[in-house]
Design a binder for this molecule. Structure first.
Ligand code: NAD
Length: 266
């Protein structure tokens, strides 16, 4: 199956590292013009933009904090200034601030909810407002626009010591499905990706050394995921190859959400 996103414009938040960077590259390799959003790491974002351009693609880097309403609005304005339209939003930005629940500060709770959940709402809202100004272009896509939320297996798997993160991703699930129900008839497709353990900066400790062996017990398929495993799914979910997929969460987790602890018990 050949996937072409030629003529389409994609905005990827948190694209200076990890899954966002891999997805931005994958989208650009498939022909989309890409806006590489970064929070604080301008250098890696500019480097990624240079790589995409060197390979013949189109990209710009734009700084914005996705938890700030004004900054999100400016991010979308700069996208339209540069490329004239928006077809694909990958709302990817996310972070963890871990603590035992009785030790967790309100600041840790709020920071994670603000970025992981409110940021997803602000970006989806801005994308929907932009899609409302556009017409379907059948020559580039059957959909008026596509929104992909980056969730996590922890939208379904409870996670002790990470209640803020798990609550934020559980929230993303109902945010995504409610938006999908609300805007589907406008031919806007809304879906989520829920990665398991993928080797990125967010979980360096858990994916190296002895911790990796422990982690592998939770992954029936027997390996830690790589950013490209997720990037390939993003490209497919952004394309017409998945045109009838709407309101779905694609788990990319090597089976982590199959509760492998029950293999030999129960
Ligand atoms: P990462 O730390 O490399 O990427 C997170 C990105 O979010 C960074 O680029 C960071 O700058 C950006 N970000 C943080 N706060 C921001 C803000 N206020 N505004 C804008 N951007 C901000 O880690 P990653 O693994 O690539 O994570 C990407 C997404 O994937 C996150 O939503 C994360 O929850 C999700 N995820 C990752 C895994 C995994 O195993 N790596 C598993 C499940 C879900």
């Amino acid at each position: 199956m050949q996937i072409s996103l030629k003529g389409q414009v994609a905005l990827v938040t948190g694209a200076s590292s990890g899954l966002g960077a891999a997805a931005a590259k994958g989208l650009a390799d498939s022909g989309a013009a890409v806006v590489v959003n970064f929070h604080s790491q301008a250098g890696p974002a500019e480097k990624l933009v240079d790589e995409i351009r060197a390979a013949g693609g189109q990209a710009i880097a734009v700084g914005a904090d996705v938890s700030k309403e004004k900054e999100v609005e400016q991010l979308f304005e700069k996208t339209i200034e540069a490329f004239g339209r928006l077809d694909i939003l990958l709302a990817n930005s996310g972070l963890q601030q871990d603590a035992a629940v009785d030790q967790m500060t309100l600041e840790q709770w709020n920071t994670v909810i603000n970025v992981n959940l409110t940021g997803q709402f602000l970006c989806a809202r801005a994308a929907l407002r932009q899609f409302a100004t556009q017409e379907i272009r059948p020559d580039i896509s059957r959909a008026l626009g596509k929104i992909i939320h980056m969730s996590s297996v922890h939208q379904v798997i409870p996670w002790a010591g990470h209640v803020n993160y798990a609550a934020s991703k559980g929230g993303v699930d109902l945010l995504m499905r409610s938006i999908a129900q609300e805007v589907g008839e406008r031919r806007i497709r809304v879906n989520s990706i829920a990665p398991g353990a993928i080797r990125t900066a967010i979980n360096t400790k858990a994916t190296s050394g002895d911790a990796e062996n422990k982690l592998l017990k939770l992954i029936p398929y027997g390996r830690v995921g790589e950013p490209e495993d997720v990037a390939n799914a993003v490209v497919w979910l952004a394309s017409d190859a998945s045109d009838y997929i709407h309101g779905a969460t694609l788990f990319i987790d090597g089976g982590m959400s199959l509760y492998p602890g029950f293999r030999d018990n129960g």
